[in-house]
Design a protein around this ligand. Structure first.
Ligand code: ITT
Ligand code: NA
Length: 183
């Protein structure tokens, strides 16, 4: 049994594989699930996972990850619109916008939704940090401008990022639930 991670984002897959190594293999699969209009990452992810599981029609479990960057001084923007903003405005220009603010606190949030024949479960994780000028070549997305404990997430290895990140925390909650459930 392999978990089908429904995502176009290879960075997410790399992090899930690293975390779930020895627990369950993770396969990346591209399926364009409906992103319901909602402010709730959990609702978007759960709906996507359910739909993907049913449409794919195999009995392999499905994982969906819906994430966003929430900037305090911008009222939580870009939040659920983070992917659109990365594609249109870009990471560098979001930094320039945040730079004009005194408060540079931000939070990454993610919700992992797992779906199989028994139902759908969601696991969330978040991490608070500070926005800085871009540094580092690792990670993906907004990682170069998100600093935690003196390092941007793009300066961390996958393992280091997983140890403190929103996704690492959600994966930890998922792995714990998954292990109990198998037992
Ligand atoms: P899928 O929906 O296909 O999984 P996506 O990249 O569109 O891939 P999201 O909508 O969840 O994923 O991502 C929202 C945005 O947040 C997008 O621009 C990502 O690059 C960014 N993002 C998500 N997780 C991140 C992380 O761990 N570090 C930095 N940026 C991240
Ligand atoms: Na997306």
């Amino acid at each position: 049994m392999a978990i089908q991670f429904v995502t176009g984002n290879e960075g997410k897959v790399r992090e899930a594989r690293e975390y779930l190594e020895g627990i369950e293999p993770v396969e990346q699969i591209e399926y364009d699930y409906t992103e319901v209009q909602s402010d709730s990452l959990a609702e978007i992810a759960a709906h996507g996972a359910r739909e993907a599981f049913e449409e794919l029609g195999s009995d392999e479990p499905v994982l969906v990850d819906d994430a966003g960057l929430f900037v305090d001084a911008l009222g939580g923007f870009p939040g659920p619109y983070s992917a659109y903003v990365e594609d249109t405005v870009g990471v560098e220009r979001l930094w320039r916008l945040a730079k004009t603010e005194e408060n540079r606190r931000a939070r990454f949030r993610t919700v992992l939704a797992y779906a199989d024949a028994d139902g759908t479960e969601t696991f969330s994780g978040s991490v608070a940090g500070t926005l800085v000028a871009p540094r580092g070549e690792g990670g993906f997305g907004y990682d170069p401008i998100f600093e935690y404990n003196g390092q941007t997430m793009a300066e961390m290895s996958t393992e280091e990022k997983n140890a403190i990140s929103h996704r690492g925390r959600a994966l930890a909650a998922f792995a714990e639930w998954y292990a109990d459930r198998e037992a």
